[in-house]
Design a protein around this ligand. Structure first.
Ligand code: ADP
Length: 369
């Protein structure tokens, strides 16, 4: 019995020493301080190009495991430079970045094993079939031979390309190619999937379909997704959190809902048919709890409120009681476009009008090469 207690005590002490050492080592060894707490973490990450341009300026972001994160910014903001650093294609000048818990500089190989990267321009071979492309991708990713068939069957099914898998990619539509690209990025079951402008140049229906596929693969595999986009609706619909980057600096980070709410009031505008009893209506509206401000312009009344949804039925009720007829009513909520505008001073759509992104990207690629 004494020996048993002595042994138990000894084991307990050894365990305590081990866990204390892991804790201490974790604090002092920069290689493991990240310990998979975040899918992606950057600490004051910067990149200065040879011409002296600071494309990424001390950015610090944290992306939780399983999160869909949107990285938004106008052209030249530093999105591609950041994504290239995170996917180990480019070295940072200073600061640190961890992906799937690994340092992108000192553990680049580990990072590459744990990520999928779906680039903006398709990387598939047009003269191979969809399936042959995936087989090639599987071999490049060292997927064990005996599981290649099953993985391809699963993924090709998920992106709904089973019936066209034996056709040459040259016969595929833009949306089908993108689905094949996404399937290729998923074959080795990455912990973090990078999607660079996944729906750029696709028509609106195909874009909506791609959003469904992204949601489905996220549900199926639960990986973290780092997505760049210049479609505000895409970020709003898909992302748990977004960061807006401009001139290499992070302007703001948060959930789309939080960022929109932070902009302030919703606006209810309605028109009445006459000014009879309008004075009474206005004074009662001003007393309503959720009404912050009211302005009038002829028969048109504008109400600012943190919750237009709650105010609108009350306006109808009040107007009915006073016998005032409402001709029309609209409710406007702040959008992610408004958020973008307020942080960058520009609209993202304007930014991209008349800009040949593909050509610009090719130019950059040549420059980097
Ligand atoms: P985004 O992807 O947001 O459009 P980029 O990361 O491609 O932005 O570019 C950020 C800035 O860095 C831009 O001003 C761009 O012109 C510049 N840049 C990108 N690549 C290079 C390079 N290889 N050499 C010099 N400047 C570059």
């Amino acid at each position: 019995m004494i020996i048993f207690f002595a042994l138990k005590n000894l084991l307990h002490n050894v365990q305590a020493v081990i866990s204390t050492r892991i804790f201490v080592v974790a604090i002092y060894n920069p290689k493991i301080t990240c310990l998979l707490l975040y899918a992606v973490e950057t600490r004051s990450l910067s990149k200065v190009y040879r011409n002296g341009l600071k494309a990424v300026d001390e950015i610090s972001i944290k992306i939780e495991e399983g999160e869909i994160f949107g990285f938004l910014g106008p052209n030249g903001a530093g999105k591609s430079t950041t994504i290239m650093i995170l996917t180990t294609l480019l070295k940072p000048t200073s600061g640190r970045a961890f992906v799937a818990g690994f340092d992108v500089v000192t553990q680049a190989k580990k990072v590459r094993q744990n990520i999928g990267y779906v680039q903006q321009d398709s990387t598939v071979d047009e003269y191979l079939t969809g399936r042959e492309n995936l087989e090639l991708q599987a071999r490049l990713n060292h997927i064990p031979k005996n599981s290649i068939k099953e993985r391809i069957d699963d993924i090709i099914d998920l992106v709904e390309l089973s019936d066209r898998q034996h056709d040459a990619v040259v016969t595929y539509s833009g949306g089908m190619r993108k689905r094949l690209d996404i399937a290729g990025g998923l074959l080795h079951r990455p912990k973090v999937l990078f999607l660079d402008e996944p729906t750029l140049g696709l028509d609106i229906q195909t874009r909506y379909k791609i959003w469904d596929y992204i949601r489905n693969i996220h549900k199926e595999f639960g990986m973290s997704i780092f997505l760049t986009t210049h479609y505000m609706e895409e970020a709003d619909k898909l992302c748990d959190n977004i960061s807006i980057i401009d001139h290499g600096k992070i302007k703001v980070t948060g959930s789309p809902k939080l960022l929109k709410n932070a902009l302030g009031n919703e606006v209810v505008v309605f028109e009445v048919d006459s000014d009879l009893k309008l004075g009474n209506l206005l004074s009662e509206i001003k007393e309503m709890p959720l009404v912050k401000d009211v302005t009038t312009d002829g028969y048109e009344i504008t109400i600012f409120s943190p919750s237009g949804n709650q105010v609108t039925p009350k306006i109808f009720e009040l107007a009915g009681k006073l016998g005032v007829k409402i001709e029309s009513i609209t409710l406007t909520r702040p959008t992610l476009d408004d958020v973008f505008l307020s942080y960058t001073g520009r609209e993202l759509r304007e930014e991209n009008d008349g800009f040949n992104r593909k050509k610009e990207r090719e130019k950059m690629r040549r420059l980097r090469a």
